[in-house]
Design a protein around this ligand. Structure first.
Ligand SMILES: [Zn+2]
Length: 282
């Protein structure tokens, strides 16, 4: 019996394997979120130096796969068992095994969140292409969300790759047809792009970035055009609530990343786009 048949006929085996997969990928996403922005910055500065004919001698930052993780405080390379997702954090009681410095709660949070949301997708879709495709979408949205929170940037390398994958998934007719996906990409990009320019011409300020347009375009490739209304409403409402909450507790920072809210909206629309759209239009 092939693995696919076993997973299709044993729901509990499917749920537990997807949960463990979520933990492992979540652990890898922590590395991506931590290192990828630095790798991009290195490339930009190298390209800039080359363009300007400047001397460039910065050390190359560690890559995503080859270099072992190390403690950010004492620089010691982690032992293999320190890298077990979620569990090592609790076994080490949230502290580095060498120097005792506390490890950010973000690492286990991202691992657990990825695992729980993956499990959720398995419960929602069961075994099949929609599950496999939606897991890929989830992993990309997780990386985009946290990188945007950290740096206020959504790397093209992630949003555009997500867009191409979305179009490919549409070719296989998993969620929407190719027609719907292409319309979704165009509507997704142009809706935020025109909003951006209207806002800029009226107020003279820039409310969003081009990264947001590309992310919504990618969302359109996965969902088609109509559910993007739901994505935008969900993203704006949650974004507004979080901002107001921020003001209420005295946070004066007026720069908010929009990517996390768009990501949440895309994820929710993939699961409940139709009922949410119906509810909104009624
Ligand atoms: Zn340490």
């Amino acid at each position: 019996m092939a693995v696919a048949d076993i997973l299709a006929t044993n729901p509990w085996l499917l749920y537990s394997s997807v949960f463990v997969l979520g933990l492992v990928v979540g652990s890898f996403l922590n590395v991506v979120i931590l290192r990828y922005p630095g790798m991009l910055r290195y490339e930009w500065e190298r390209d800039y130096a080359e363009f300007k004919d400047l001397k460039f001698d910065q050390p190359k930052p560690p890559g995503l796969v080859i270099a072992r993780s190390h403690c950010l405080a004492c620089n010691n390379k982690l032992k293999a068992w320190h890298n077990i997702p979620l569990f090592s954090f609790f076994l080490l009681r949230g502290k580095c095994g060498f120097c005792g410095n506390s490890i950010s709660w973000r690492y286990p949070l991202i691992e657990l969140l990825t695992a729980v949301l993956s499990l959720f997708l398995a419960l929602h879709f069961g075994w099949g292409w929609p599950l496999l495709a939606s897991l890929v979408l989830l992993f990309f949205l997780m990386a985009i969300t946290w990188i945007d929170l950290d740096t206020f940037l959504i790397p093209d390398q992630l949003s555009l790759l997500l867009l191409w994958i979305g179009l490919f998934v549409a070719l296989l007719d998993v969620f929407v047809s190719v027609d719907e996906a292409v319309t979704g990409v165009i509507v997704g990009y142009l809706s935020l792009w025109s909003l951006f320019w209207v806002f800029k011409l009226v107020t003279g300020k820039e409310g969003m970035g081009y990264g947001d347009f590309k992310l919504l375009a990618a969302g359109g490739a996965w969902l088609g055009a109509k559910p993007l209304i739901v994505v935008l409403v969900l993203a704006s409402v949650t974004g507004l609530i979080v901002t107001l909450f921020g003001f209420a507790i005295g946070k004066k920072d007026n720069k908010i990343p929009f990517g996390p809210y768009l990501s949440a909206g895309i994820f929710l629309s993939l699961l409940w786009g139709q009922p949410l759209l119906q509810w909104y239009l009624d």
